[in-house]
Design a protein around this ligand. Structure first.
Ligand SMILES: [Zn+2]
Length: 314
């Protein structure tokens, strides 16, 4: 089945073989450092898995390589369109400029014939000035490889409303955005993100805890970027059976299926779809519907959407 992926972090999706080669460590050690074996006991344990990828992604060559390799992996996973996200400010440790970071990633993505765009992440906990730089960068590259911004990082420690001024600027600049919300924090975080102007919500699953938020999602036609395996890995649910994805789907919400971090969660969309079919009896048509949702809310033009829809249901 052809697939679309909207919520995918570059730094969480580096091949362990590449980590092994670039750091000159065994593959086993590379897997240990970058992949969760069992669900994490704490958010820190989950976030620690990004330390090694970030260490590698500090040169033009390596940024280009990991971006290129991710698109190769997406191609194997039958992905026809992906919006790949990352936080450019995390790649400046060895002297690269923000522009060099973006250009290197775009160069890597352009080498494989699969349609991709970037979402640039502002980070919870970063300064206003650093996050403002990401808005300016997104504005400069908007519709030239970059299609939106995001807010990622520790949701529980940094409520979304602290970033209102930044999102007001993004709105004024005409930059679309999605926001990570309703993962580590509750439904109110989702409601706040929608009220700030987010058209899509990263995760958003905890919206299910509040009827008013569910109604707001319906009323404003908001899309949820659901990442089932990631939610298990961060210990939100004991097992897939307890995940609210089916309930949210049955409520008629626009939901989409995503991996979040392919390496950290040791998953692909193919694996995720298979698990969802096994546990929830989703039909092929259900999965096609979710891909149609993904195309409809992708940060691309109507023409591009029509092209993808044709490819999807061919
Ligand atoms: Zn995410």
């Amino acid at each position: 089945m052809k697939k679309v992926e909207l919520h995918l972090h570059l730094d969480g999706s580096i091949r362990p073989t590449t980590i092994s080669e670039l750091l000159n460590i065994s593959l086993e050690e590379a897997i240990n450092l970058s992949t969760l074996k069992t669900k994490s006991k704490s958010l820190k344990e989950y976030l620690d898995k990004f330390d090694i990828p970030l260490k590698i992604m500090q040169t033009k060559e390596n940024l280009e390589r990991v971006s290129y390799e991710l698109t190769e992996d997406l191609l194997k996973d039958d992905v026809i369109y992906a919006e790949i996200r990352f936080a450019p400010n995390k790649h400046l440790e060895q002297g690269l400029t923000l522009e060099e970071v973006i250009k290197s990633v775009l160069k890597g993505l352009s080498k494989v014939k699969i349609k991709t765009n970037l979402i640039l992440c502002m980070m919870r906990g970063d300064s206003f000035e650093d996050n403002l730089k990401i808005i300016k960068l997104a504005k400069k590259y908007l519709n030239n490889g970059v299609v939106a911004i995001d807010l990622a990082g520790n949701e529980a420690a940094y409520p979304v409303m602290e970033y209102k001024e930044l999102f007001d600027i993004a709105k004024k600049e005409g930059i679309p955005f999605t926001i990570h919300a309703g993962e580590a924090d509750n439904a109110k975080s989702v409601k706040n993100a929608i009220n700030l102007g987010a058209k899509r919500i990263g995760h958003g699953v905890r919206a299910i805890e509040d009827e008013e938020t569910i109604n707001l999602i319906k009323e404003k036609n908001i899309t949820l970027e659901i990442c089932p395996k990631s939610n298990l890995d961060t210990n939100m649910y004991d097992n897939l059976k307890e995940h609210p994805i089916k309930k949210l789907y049955n409520m008629g919400l626009n939901i989409t299926i995503n991996t979040d971090n392919r390496t950290v969660s040791n998953t692909t969309l193919t694996k995720t779809y298979k698990d969802l079919i096994d546990v929830f009896n989703f039909t092929d048509q259900d999965l096609i519907n979710m891909n149609i949702n993904a195309i409809n809310c992708a940060f691309i033009t109507l023409n591009e959407k029509q092209g993808l829809l044709k490819q999807l249901i061919k």
